[in-house]
Design a binder for this molecule. Sequence first.
Ligand SMILES: Cc1ncc(COP(=O)(O)O)c(C=O)c1O
Length: 399
Amino acid sequence: MTKKLKAPIKPDTRLVTSGRDPEAYHGFVNPPVYHASTLLYPTAEDQVAHRARYNYGRRGTPTSEALENALREMSGEACAGVALLPSGLAAISAALLATSRAGDHILVPDSVYRPTRNFCEGVFKRLGAQTTYYDPVIGTDIAKLFKPNTRVVFVEAPGSQSFEMQDIPAIAKVAHEKGALVLMDNTWATPLYFRAFEKGVDMEIQAGTKYIGGHSDIMFGCVSANAATLPTLKDTVYSMGLCVGPDDMYLALRGLRTLGVRLERHYQSGLRVARWFEQRPEVLRVLHPGLESDPGHKIWKRDFNGASGLFSVVFKPTSEQSVHAFLNELALFGLGFSWGGFESLAILFDCTEYRTATKWAPGGPTARFHIGLEDPEDLIGDLERGFDAMARASGRKTS
Ligand SMILES: Cc1ncc(COP(=O)(O)O)c(C=O)c1O
């Protein structure tokens, strides 16, 4: 903001004020969208000396700067800077490439977002780095998995699809004692609900495609780094020529302004629907760390300020056909990947095939739900009709 703020401000206020400089843009509230590659220097002397605030579109524009500044403020004081990437997965791979070299070893939770695992098993392995997967609820026992060349501990809480909660402060303490860095995929909670740097994380990654964008219409990712890791992050991102299109950057910035109110609604509606699922006779378990019944609830309560709208449900054993009937009946839940937009979604998933450090045996078919911004009572009505269809498909009487 142009005017100097007179008192410390709360996170929701910061989302509204950060990265804005109306005076620089004729008083307009938002920064312009610079569609730019080439920048012209006034004189040969200026060009030779690179004398200009900006040099080239890929290296930054007022649009990217506004977004970077806003994201840096959101991550908190320990965040020294932010790199913008064209997707969440690009943010993950850039963070890993920035912090590891050939011959290094990294530790990754078995519950990690699957494409992160694919990156480790593919590109990362080809470059000569080795990955060990660990039980996400390992806590301080992670110390036993360190090797002399362990450079990075990756964390993601809760686990992708399976929602295990990780004790990140405990893991970070061990990692730092052993001289390793801690990288976190903080897409689920965002910095609003998990203060990653304050809990010992060195690099915080977000898939901005989800809650930052919030409308299922952009691809975007970002990495926030502390002072020790920012230079290598920036160097890696610049060297690989990674940058984000101006319209997506603008939409990410616009999404940030409403993130606080949207996330609060996703949180409350998500818990409401998760509690409703818990009472259903067709449900074995609901995987949501905000529920008192969840094994990760204590840690969630200690370390997190809230939850997003994403959780999973384990159905009691039933036929594939009846689970499909349930999903096919839903009118308010789209059947699609990704999440974090205004709309509700559902997908079936199964982690059995690719887990290596833990066994995935939930006891029944599993589905992940994203609770959007619709009225939760309408969503519950939709799900009730889904369960009726499930009963019909399995030949049971409806309740
Ligand atoms: C936890 C998590 N991290 C990262 C990503 C990757 O984001 P993107 O789709 O923007 O590459 C996803 C996408 O589903 C995700 O769920």
